[in-house]
Design a protein around this ligand. Sequence first.
Ligand SMILES: [Zn+2]
Length: 290
Amino acid sequence: MAVINALSVDVEEWFQVGAFERAIARGEWEHLASRVEDNCARILDLFAAAGVKATFFTLGWVAARKPALIRRIHEAGHEVASHGWDHARVFALGAKGFAEDLARSRMALEDAAGAAVTGYRAPSFSIDARTPWAFPVLAAQGYAYSSSVAPVRHDHYGWREAPRFAFRPLPDSPLIELPVTTAEWRGRRLAAGGGGFFRVLPYEFTRRAVRQVNALGEPAVFYFHPWEIDPGQPRVRRAPLRSRLRHYIALGRMEGKLARLTGEFAWGRVDEVVRGLEGKLAPCPRALCA
Ligand SMILES: [Zn+2]
């Protein structure tokens, strides 16, 4: 039987991205044109056409301002999960700040969706070797899973030593971490779970990565953002050239590629994929939980 892969959208505005954090001050957010609702509407249409359900990891900041969007996502049968409050990275928050950020965003999301939130994705995959307190905080708040680790070496994020596939990060908790998909070629491990890599590289790269992971009996974990299907978004000219290249490249190709990906493989909500793994996962390995 085909492996069901985890499909996810990290719901944030075009201006709430790491690439522009120095170019756009936090105080400007309220004055910028919101595009998240229209972009999510197109994603919902695309998913409906493909007959797939997914998880929308959403910022509390967005949920507080667009409750109707959150409700609509939930009513369409998708999972509403947390992406933190305002995209602050976990390692920058500290344990106490992280606990507050989680609680605040969950309240906004649950209020809007009218359903329980049990999953979390750290902004910019910011759970790594610097945040040993992050999993205990998630477990204490009763989260069933996190999908917050990128087990690769990358200039902006990554925890190369983390397991490639789902694991239990704590010895005394059922919490599951489902890392974003990586591919291994010629001894190198590459980020292959979506975002800019999916936009820029040929579709074949992602197809091979999903096949490689599925051949091992593991689900792929794929993600993208609403602004990635929005070629008409305002341009941030103050941002460094490198950030602009990364953010704006190949936006026009995204929708077609997504239709292809959702049509070719079996996809589902992250919470459902996690439930399918529960019986198979060993307790946390000693080396990791020390
Ligand atoms: Zn994000």
